[in-house]
Design a protein around this ligand. Structure first.
Ligand code: NAP
Length: 329
């Protein structure tokens, strides 16, 4: 038997462990074109919170009883697809389960000699790609500009600040603890703890670009600090994901007109045609040691709900992952 985690109830406000159910599932055999995968790492991501409300946005909502699907990496146990053999490392969307069957066409083979497989969920996967797309395609970040990144010690943010540094920008970043601030400073970021210092004070010198992971007060402070013709890369708004009713937006939205600002949202999956360009550039930086990454690893599938809830309390530095099996490559 293998185990899986399903949605037991729609979270009201902050997600709680009682909103999830750990259950067993019977083994099945892959059919033609399919592959049986034993997961090693599964991803917990802020966007999953939106899916739990059941509202369809750019991705369908979860129904109560659904297994939480999402990013995972694991090893092939049995294959009926020509492209995969037993033992191969693959990334998939199998989500919060120990074992699952996927169509081979929906798997990506990983080379553990090039990079540890867990990086396919973080710095070299969806979150790293989000940072690259945001800065490159949406923000069109330019050397010499000043960018402010909120959530800067998280999975997306910590890659965004480093890409921006490598491209010659001045980088300001915020995070929620002294240890995170210290890490960001070691990366050359002008960092502040948003729980101690108001963003409007930290940004008093002005900014050209805002990479928004947090929304709410951070967005409002950034709109005030942006110079004329500044841009907002609207990546996410984690500070609002657990709101039980819609709050009013930034009080200073009028700056969009008077300062001729551009706010552009994006969804990373719209840009998969550029995944190769991202992999070439960021992969080289990672291999050369120019771009570092951290992972916060929680052990045991049964702890996936707590790891997920921890995203909303800042429990992670870098990418939050759940290890559900042995990871020797
Ligand atoms: P993450 O930053 O690794 O984890 C979430 C972090 O958010 C926490 O560690 C916490 O760090 C911070 N946080 C939580 N509640 C907060 C609050 N109320 N105020 C300020 N900070 C808070 O997660 P991620 O996967 O990299 O995602 C970051 C953002 O990108 C999210 O908004 C996510 O939805 C978005 N995203 C968007 C796309 C897209 O396609 N547009 C793709 C991936 C992710 P602190 O300790 O600093 O508080």
């Amino acid at each position: 038997m293998s185990r899986e985690v399903a949605l037991a109830a729609r979270p009201q406000g902050e997600p709680m462990e009682s909103d999830f159910e750990l259950r067993e599932s019977a083994p099945t055999e892959p059919r033609d074109g399919e592959v049986l995968v034993r997961n090693v790492f599964v991803s917990v991501d802020p966007y999953m919170r939106g899916r739990m409300t059941g509202v369809r946005t750019y991705v369908p909502g979860f129904e109560v009883g659904d297994v939480i699907d999402g990013g995972a990496v694991g090893r092939v146990v049995a294959s009926r697809h020509d492209g995969f053999a037993e033992g191969d490392w693959v990334s998939s969307q199998l989500g919060w389960r120990e074992e699952g069957i996927a169509a081979g066409d929906r798997l990506r083979k990983l080379d553990p000699l090039l990079a540890p497989p867990s990086t396919a969920l973080g710095v070299l996967g969806m979150t790293g790609f989000t940072a690259w797309v945001g800065l490159t395609l949406i923000g069109e970040a330019k050397e010499g500009e000043t960018v402010y990144v909120s959530g800067a010690a998280g999975a997306v943010g910590s890659v965004a600040v480093q890409i921006a540094k490598l491209r010659g920008l001045n980088v300001i970043g915020s995070a929620g603890s002294p240890a995170k601030v210290e890490w960001l400073e070691s990366l050359g970021v002008e960092a502040f703890d948003y729980r101690e210092t108001a963003a409007k004070d930290a940004l008093a010198g002005g900014i050209d670009l805002y990479f928004d992971n947090v929304g709410g007060e951070q967005l409002e402070a950034a709109l005030s600090a942006l110079r004329p013709f500044g841009r907002v890369i609207a990546c996410g708004a984690i500070s609002r994901y657990n709101d039980e009713r819609a709050e009013s937006g930034p009080r200073n939205l009028g700056f969009v007109v008077t300062k001729r600002l551009r706010i552009q949202g994006f969804i990373v999956t719209d840009h998969f045609d550029r995944f190769g360009d991202f992999g070439d550039e960021v992969g080289a930086w990672v291999r050369d040691g120019k771009l570092t990454h951290r992972e916060t690893i929680v052990d045991g599938l049964e702890n996936a709900p707590a790891a997920f809830a921890g995203l909303f309390h800042g429990d992670n530095t870098g990418k939050m992952l759940v290890r559900v099996g042995p990871d020797e490559s």
